[in-house]
Design a protein around this ligand. Sequence first.
Ligand code: NDP
Length: 414
Amino acid sequence: MDTKPNLLIIGAGGVGAVTVHKAAQFAADFGTIVLASRTRAKLEALAGDVAARFPNVTIEVRTVNARDAADVEALIKTVDAGLVVNVASPYCNKAIVDACLATGAHYLDTAVAEEEHVENMPAPWYEIFEFTRRPSFAENRQNAVLGIGFDPGVVNVFCAYAAKHLLDEIETIDIIDVNGGDHGRYFATNFDPDTNLREIREDVVYWEDGGYKTIGHHSRKMTVTLPVVGEHTVYSMGHDELHSLPYKFPKAKRIEFWMGFGERYLRVFEVLENLGLTSSIPVEVEGHKIAPVKMVKAVLPDPASLAAGYTGEVCIGCDIHGTKDGAPRRVFVYSTCDHTDCYAEVGSQAISYTTGVPVMTAALLLARGNWNPGTMVNVEELDPDPFLDLMPKVGIDWSVMDLPPDGGWSDAGQ
Ligand code: NDP
């Protein structure tokens, strides 16, 4: 971009909190910084937190209905935003994308668009909405970088890095996400319960042998031993990145996402599910239509509130099998992050931190002109090197580890 863009961050939840702190840390790269969401009180409290840590930076706050494209468009025009970071709910994506197209603002997000009362969207998910808008972004020479949290996001970058530097052929990709932390609550989700419980309860769709396979949730598991967090049971799960990576790696035999769950979490989840309380399809309660998952969300802890006292670490990475110079090679490209360190730095837990840091890294690359695709892309389509150079300076380091190609945790799949 020729001049420093005004930055508009939409969403002031757990991820928005990290994103706006990181924007303040790199305020020299932006014009004005504006934080917007529904609830003014939350916006003001968050702007106050940022002001306490960065007294020389001003964060403007605005309320907006981010499910209404006209409202978002008016806001983008009012604050003259050149770059919009969407860290609100996935239900807001359509309105925000269309408002960006209407105004010419560049766009970043961390999750694929979803419809509030639609479950088990057909694969590939990005074709349902995002790719329908790609020709318009290309025609306008306008940037949209999709899914740049950690997963989706950094894990897609790790795959691009492995293809560029570590492997000649990629055979399988296992994306593994383990939160080894403890928030001390009986049951809570680490990000928006609505989105989180839905992604766990839906059928699992993964890529194998040139097409998508569908299996029941929690029906495939394996045991992994990861750096820092140690041994965990992880379960195959549907996830956004499985709906973009096959475009870049169509010859991969299998691309699958695995997430760790503790015994307690699974027990509570099973009860909620068997009672129908994780459903996003509304039921009638004394004349009012309400989605059961919304009621559950209302009584669960706010994900942002888990940060104080959260201990332990997360490890997220890509276990990639392939070949290098004709010989089998297997690498694990990963990051770890400590909940307590995140809280000390920005008052947030690691799940929010590992999403806010990458989206702000990508925002900086767009603002500085290091990335300028001039169209809509998934992040693995971009050069991984500038991103992986910058991300440690924004707050998260990463590593590569060689693993024995013939053994280890991936063989434990059942
Ligand atoms: P939260 O529920 O904590 O926050 C959501 C924010 O969006 C809130 O500030 C909320 O406003 C705002 N919002 C929701 N609907 C509207 C609306 N109609 N108009 C204006 N603002 C709205 O969620 P998180 O911060 O935990 O997650 C944010 C996003 O990040 C989600 O899309 C999630 O899927 C994604 N994510 C991605 C990850 C990745 O690695 N790629 C990992 C974790 C999350 P208010 O508070 O006023 O209600």
